[in-house]
Write a protein that binds this ligand. Sequence first.
Ligand SMILES: [Zn+2]
Length: 437
Amino acid sequence: MLNRPLLLLTTLYFGAVCWAQQPDPALSSYIDSIRAIDNHAHVMAFSSADDKGYDQLRCDELPPATTLPPANLRFSPDIQAAWKALYDFSGSSASDEVLAALKARKDAARKKYGDQYHDWVLQQAGIDIVLANRLAMTPELGAHFRWVPYEDALLFPLDNSAAKSLNPDRRALFTMAEQLLKRYLQMTGVNAIPPTLDEYLAKVVTPTLERQARQGAVAIKFEAAYLRSLNFQPADKKSASAVYARLTYAPEAPDYTILQNYLFRYIAAEAGRLRLAVHIHTGSGCGEFFDDSGSDPMLLSSALNDPALRQTNFVLLHGGSPFNRHIVSLIAKPNVYTDMSVLELMFSPAELARILRPWLEIMPEHVMFGTDAGSFSPGADWEETTWMGTRNARRALAIALTGMVADRNITTARVKEIADQVLRRNALELYRLKPAP
Ligand SMILES: [Zn+2]
């Protein structure tokens, strides 16, 4: 039997834990009513089995995993709830038979909703607009989708054999980046890498960004942490031009990074001129050789502090997790934002609430909702992860805000405003989006 003080302590402790995970019901239903803007998702096309457009550096083309996926990404009650909500389908495992039966339900839904299928998925999740991270947009994604194309390929125009030899993942990733650069060269009417940096900028880099802006992009995306460190130091054009010229003939030279650093800042400046926000993958990534230390968003400090880039808005995706505390200081800068994409799939709502809270206490105007929805595992595709991510994010936000009110950190009037900002308004303003009718 517990003694009295211990019993009291235990009651207080568990009482607090239970309470902290129970959001205010009125606030929860308000949050559930907000039509959200998904800042970051890998939207799959209708015939998703053949669709390679959902990502530039595709995790499913890396060497097969030799370890289990993160626990929260395995078959779970969340996935079961998504199947039930979207397709009225019950399955107690992700066995081949269950997945085949699920596919039949999914195909029936696709047939029923036709070219409204993607919009129907968004309605189920309460999402208004999605920023679709894709190589190219597909016509079936209608008025509720905006385009975010990829730029990493432009950073690596020369011989990448040294980087490819680092590990099997880098080999696969650089091969994909090189394929995309080839495509960009073709689209700008250039058959080979131009001989000088000036020509490369004028004939390939700027025209690619201008085409993307013309075709409706609202932001551009870097997944550079999969290919090198995010430490993009300043680099002057003269040194970068010399590296460009020399590396064409000497691929092993160690100063390729000078050229990459210059190109990153050039592209970021051009994005500012074209009013495109710059999305950057920060924090953990897929693959068994991912360089975690190189993905710390703090490595971007010198670029974020570059006075020449203050017209460019940066969005640090995935909250830099596990470096999410570093985000706290970075989002205090006028042109730096973050989103919670993938965190609501990796972590429970209670844990995500803990991650969100210091951001909300510092700069809620620079925090955005996002899912990173895409093909995560059999039975957890863009549709399911959109639904799960949105539901968990709303719950996490409600938990964090309930705690802030209870701690007299904010008023009940302010709490709804922050919920609106994070789920919708910050993105509407940052990308100057006009909501779909
Ligand atoms: Zn992503």
